[in-house]
Design a protein around this ligand. Sequence first.
Ligand code: ACO
Length: 333
Amino acid sequence: MNKYTQYKAEVAGTGMHVPKKVLTNFDLEKTLDTSDEWIRTRTGIRERRIAGEGESSSTLAAQAGNQALNSAGVAPEEVDLIIVCTSTPDILFPSTACFVQKEIGAVNAAAYDISAVCSGFVFGLSIAEQYLKSGRYRYVLVIGSETNSRIVDWTDRSTCILFGDGAGAALLKRTESAGSGGLLSSHIYSDGGKSDLIIVPGGIGKTGVSCKSVEAGDYFIKMLGNATFKVAVKRMVEVSQEALEFNGFTHKDVDLVVPHQANRRIMDVVTEKLGIPADRIFINIDKYGNTSAASIPIALHEAWGEGRIAPGNLVLLPVIGAGLTWGAALIRW
Ligand code: ACO
């Protein structure tokens, strides 16, 4: 045992930022062979936000990050590390996190991106957890930020209706106080054998950018929706049960599930299989669609803001994403 083992990681503040432009299902009816009724009943989505000119994953992330710092009353100079979870970085490099660091003035922070697609935020939390619980850092800012609208094929009705843009952030703080609160544990997994379920096949290091790839639409999201749905349910249930058992809890102890907002039906089936009643799930997919790595921190920020999470509550965050990646974090608020 070392001198740092007494440390815990707590959520000190949250923030979010979404573009102003709203794209409704009715708007999509005008350009696609789809309907508001189909999209709502199959996914729960009514509208999503779309980044405008001058907006990118870094600009959305910086605003969400600033809000998280303000809500915690922490100055940017105090941040030790910024992790931006994104699969839509502004450019290949430097990292989106470096742009965010400059924008918010976190001059003492190291900054880097991680890529775990929709699972990004929970993967980011698990990294922050290690730095904080080990005592190495005091403040870690974890931001999920995406501009999915730039990598969806707006002629492919099976994918483009699902995704939206936005950013959410959580400032994690090392604390020495006794008690049972904080980020209790995080559990993350990957299965590269299922990489073809959700993929943007356009090569960078593999083939270089080529006109051929662009013409073939290789820089757009391709998804096997049905197969993804089934594996998403299985893995989110499994890993949620693992997180609960690891901490000596059962489904009855959970006050609120804040799941990745991929599809309303996935969230309903997962919580039903876990035995958690519908009034203990937080859902905002109707307003934002699937914002990938931003979905959980946006939902967490809104749930807290709306009073759905109170001090002492047990909050479960299950997630699934391309890779395949999946995970869950359990927080005693
Ligand atoms: N409007 C109208 N009809 C449509 C649309 C649309 N937007 N999209 C598909 N259809 C049609 C299909 O063409 C098909 O028609 P057919 O029967 O004549 O062939 C029919 O609807 C049924 O299609 P399915 O794909 O079987 O529809 P399903 O009920 O599976 O819903 C969906 C599709 C919403 C994509 C669902 O499979 C899903 O949500 N999957 C999981 C997505 C997910 O969780 N992704 C993980 C995270 S994403 C990430 O990590 C980047």
